[in-house]
Design a protein around this ligand. Sequence first.
Ligand SMILES: *Cc1c(COP(=O)(O)O)cnc(C)c1O
Length: 429
Amino acid sequence: MPKPSFSTLLSHTGRRFEERITTVNLPVYRASTVLFPSLAAAAEAGHGASSGVGAPHIASYGTAGTPTTFALMDALCELEGAGAACRAALMPSGLAAISTALLAFLKPGDHLLMSDSVYGPARVFALGMLKRLGVETTFFRPDAEAGEVATLLRPNTRVLYLESPGSYTFEIQDVPALAVLARARGIVSMIDNAWASPVFARPFDWGVDISILPLTKYWSGHSDVLMGAVVVREEHWTTLWGAVRELGMCVGGDDAFLILRGLRTVEVRMRRHEQSALAVARALIVRPEVGRVLHPALPSHPNHALWQRDFTGSSGLFSFELDPALFATAAGAAGATAPESDAARGAPDAARTACAMAALCEGRRHFGIGYSWAGYESLIMPASIANLRSVAQWNGGPLVRIHCGLEDPADLIADLGEGLDALRAALLA
Ligand SMILES: *Cc1c(COP(=O)(O)O)cnc(C)c1O
């Protein structure tokens, strides 16, 4: 056999493992091209990639998956599906999971019912691309009873989209009742299960058809990888997988590996997030600058009973309201006397609010300012939701969202205490 030239060697050398060993964690497959031993095997794999329900995973090409991504898909079914017959598809972000699920199950002329406090970009997708594609969306009060939601159903309602607790305002929905309503009318129910993760909530036990998981959040837990998943009951798999393949949605092996690594510790992390957030929430309640604390595990939360019935725990994310009276008093003290001014009516004025928010959030030792959440580190963010509600406008004091990371809660409480002191000083300045 002639010796291959240097150029040829560059392509072929170093591609064989001499020995195989068993490691605790899976090797990472990075692949676009998958090689086949024969034309027949290539044809069979290509066909199998789109065959759907019941078929084993088939690696035909990188976009259809590799053993690394298949392992994560199976783990998602076992953990999120909790015994229900279901399948999971991976997406490059949580938002891609939301948009792909909606695109897969909606078509022009359909009607979508969406909770009013969904993740902001989900609302933007419904009112943007879905509207352009001829899908009409109606938003409903996040804690509406099923009977109230039933009055909004139309003959063409095709999807009921839920998120519990809601983004920023943390309303808990009666998901089991809403799932029954949807099923009775042949409507596909979907829920964004970012907040609780599979540790504290099992949407399939509640009867929903589709669980949408921003894996970027607690599943990853380390703020260094973006991924989402759509987990569906078996009967919806063909529809979902068809859309995934048409859209070319896929993830890389390295990112799948990071999610697999993150999930090993998700339960212990969640229990720590839970304990810290509860300690911080209780410390905030007694501060004079703080109005309501929007945390469903607190007995003061209006939907606490539903949370207690349906969830087995709470996570690190909640919001609190700054006492509106403090803003009114502060504005009054600063000498605002014009009878028609916001200050005279007791509504916080935008510039004062911004200044107070900066005093609270900037310069914190343990809370970063940043979008997203669910990493090991704490975050603080003013909630700007005025443009993200149609039927459940927030009319309390300014809202602040906190994510409690894995730091010592005593340090977090002390840091927020200093922030609230700074806020008060800014308002009285
Ligand atoms: C962050 C988030 C998402 C989106 O996840 P990404 O991976 O950041 O796109 C979806 N839903 C909720 C409730 C979220 O908080």
